[in-house]
Write a protein that binds this ligand. Structure first.
Ligand SMILES: [Zn+2]
Length: 222
């Protein structure tokens, strides 16, 4: 009797894995050649330790600018990029080659999650490594939009990893209308068109539904 119960309880978890290789991690460029990868944690160009006394050398948490994501996440991103690429005008601005996605973070080794948590144990912005982040499972993406003709980022409410209320989708303070339009475009393409889920506290974070069902991983990028 106990065995049967255990089987039933485990079924919902396992049924989401192993379908069409969706639990496999792949490089988004394999499916979306024009997507831009700029993994901030593979450089010192990030704000992560800029709190509250920023003037220290920022470590490179990743060994390479090599993005990996669950193939299910990449398929959803492809839907987003295919739709964005066709935009030629938005909010009065011209985009001769369309709009594209730039990825700041994807799969993140769990050991890096432990480092983050040691530095900044605030669960609004950093998932506790004991339970793990959806980034540790390859199911979450931090991203922004770029003009594909110039490579320049569209103006958004904050920089990446600005851990303030201004980064929230529900921020009610002043933001320029262009910023509000850009954030709304990102949100509608990612969630309504591609089917990714938003995270209210961070405008740049999107994740696949059921991301917590995938295994926590811990290997460095090559
Ligand atoms: Zn994220």
């Amino acid at each position: 009797m106990k065995k049967i119960l255990l089987f039933v309880l485990l079924l919902p978890v396992y049924s989401t894995l192993g379908q069409d290789g969706e639990d496999e991690l792949i490089n988004p460029k394999d499916l979306i050649p024009d997507i831009v990868i700029d993994l901030k944690y593979s450089t010192s160009d990030h704000m992560f330790l800029n709190l509250p006394e920023g003037d220290i050398l920022l470590p490179k948490f990743y060994t390479a600018n090599e993005c990996l994501l669950l193939s299910k996440a990449v398929k959803m991103l492809k839907i987003a990029q295919d739709s964005l690429r066709n935009i030629r005008e938005f909010n009065g601005k011209q985009y001769p080659n369309g709009i594209g996605v730039k990825i700041w973070d994807g799969y993140r080794p769990r050991s890096v999650q432990y480092l983050f948590w040691e530095i900044y144990p605030n669960s609004t912005y950093i998932a506790n490594p004991e339970t793990g982040s959806k980034h540790n499972r390859g199911g979450a993406i931090d991203l922004t939009l770029i003009d594909l003709a110039t490579g320049l980022e569209l103006q958004m409410p904050t920089l990446f990893d600005d851990f303030s209320t201004k980064a929230s989708h529900s921020y009610t303070g002043y933001l320029p209308s262009e910023v509000l339009y850009n954030r709304a475009l990102l949100k509608s393409i990612m969630s309504e068109v591609a089917g990714l889920l938003i995270y209210d506290a961070e405008w740049w974070h999107y994740e696949i539904p059921g991301a917590s069902n995938y295994p926590l991983l811990d290997f460095q990028m090559k």
